[in-house]
Design a protein around this ligand. Structure first.
Ligand SMILES: *Cc1c(COP(=O)(O)O)cnc(C)c1O
Length: 396
């Protein structure tokens, strides 16, 4: 009996004979977009065309403000930081994907990293307040794994200190906060449409910008800074989205509400199936908000689980269950940033979360049996915790 249920790492049969994917893009049926793609190719207009305009219009309806389609979230952030006139230091969380902070360096801005809240894993408003200096011009929040940051508290701090407020909303297209969609807060919120996000356009980004004038400047800046008369007013980028990417994004937006719901259901299923497993702590969803579950992550308490986070990862891999450890190492510890960043306090919660986080497989078309397989794998690893732990210590 015991040997049947042995973890694969101890010689049992893996739960997944064919390894599960960590993440698969959920794409529209090709039949649904093929005539659109064909007409793009036949028209010869591959960029700056009607589908990009239609995507911007559709996204603007959803966000209630102008939206500019760009080539990626990273280029959208670079342009937003530039056009909103940031200067000096910018406060942001270190528990994020490094694109948030890379885009600051591309504008010669200095990241000023602060800690996250222990439960929601998003930027801690109290830490933001304490980090403000005369050099600080802006706050950049991140909707971690789709969970909206504490937008009201951040807006109040930004208003009180005259700071610009921007969100890296790469994960949160489709999330809501205080009864409003993400995309309607702060000075700009920038979404990603890259393959691991909920709307996978191939590559792409959407910048939802409060001020229509700034949105207009961004449309020019994404096109080298050329307003159309071959006389550049600013030094822009090529950050355009192609028509084919826009067609994919339009189809993906249609499916977004369903896919957000599916991921919420999958997260619910994960939590229910893992109730019996000790040592797991889930991300708390911000009060009054809903999340997209771009990632489903747990914090591992190694002592309570009986096995370290990294050993759990290896044992899961043997079961055919790939995992990730976003965002380890955190942004402030990226080698490229050595000596070039400011940090407020010891970022203890960020450092602790990075060493204990485990992101489990999830994609919008994942089925409940796959979730159950992952849970079963975690359960059997815990059941054999002592032996698994010993195996990794080389004692078996
Ligand atoms: C994916 C991601 C980005 C970058 O998005 P791209 O569209 O690939 O440029 C930025 N920030 C976060 C938090 C992300 O996860």
């Amino acid at each position: 009996m015991k040997s049947i249920n042995r973890p694969a790492i101890l010689g049992g049969a893996p739960i997944f004979a064919y390894p599960l994917q960590f993440n698969e893009p959920t794409l529209p049926d090709y039949a649904d977009i093929s005539s659109d793609i064909a007409s793009i190719v036949e028209s010869g207009q591959l960029t700056n065309g009607p589908r990009v305009a239609a995507l911007e219009e559709r996204a603007a309806e959803l966000c209630g403000r102008p939206v500019v389609a760009v080539s990626s979230c990273t280029s959208g952030l670079i342009l937003a930081y530039r056009l909103l006139n940031l200067s000096g230091s910018v406060i942001l969380p270190s528990f994020t994907f490094f694109a948030t902070s890379h885009a600051l360096f591309w504008n010669n801005l200095r990241p000023r990293f602060v800690d996250i809240a222990a439960d929601t894993w998003t930027i801690d408003p109290q830490a933001v307040e304490e980090a403000i200096t005369p050099e600080v011009s802006a706050i950049v929040a991140v909707d971690v794994f789709g969970n909206p940051a504490a937008k009201d508290a951040l807006a109040a701090i930004a208003a009180r200190h005259g700071l610009t407020l921007i969100t890296d909303a790469a994960h949160s297209l489709g999330a809501r906060y205080g009864g409003r969609p993400v995309g309607s807060f702060g000075d700009a919120e920038v979404f990603s449409l890259s393959p691991t996000k909920l709307v996978a356009a191939g590559e792409g980004g959407l910048a939802a910008v409060r001020d229509p004038e700034i949105a207009g400047q961004m449309r020019t800046a994404r096109d080298y800074g050329n307003p159309g008369d071959y006389d550049c007013r600013t030094i822009g980028l090529n950050a355009r989205m192609t028509e084919i990417n826009a067609a994919m994004a339009l189809a993906g937006l249609e499916e977004l509400p369903r896919n957000v719901q599916k991921r919420n259901d999958l997260a619910g299923h994960y939590k229910k199936c893992l109730e019996r497993v000790d040592g797991l702590e889930w991300q708390a969803i911000t009060d009054g908000a809903s999340t997209t579950y771009k990632d489903i992550a747990v914090k591992i308490d190694s002592a309570a689980f009986g096995v370290s986070r990294d050993s759990i990862r290896r044992a899961l891999a043997a079961e055919g269950v790939p995992t990730r450890t976003y965002f380890d190492p955190p942004a402030h510890l990226q080698q490229a940033y050595a000596g070039r960043v400011e940090q407020c306090g010891d970022l203890a919660r960020t450092n602790e979360l990075c060493s204990t986080i485990l992101c489990l497989p999830v994609f919008s078309h994942m089925d409940s049996e796959q979730v159950e397989g992952v849970c079963c794998a975690l359960e059997r690893i815990q059941e054999h915790a002592a032996s698994v732990d010993k195996a990794f210590r080389g004692e078996v």
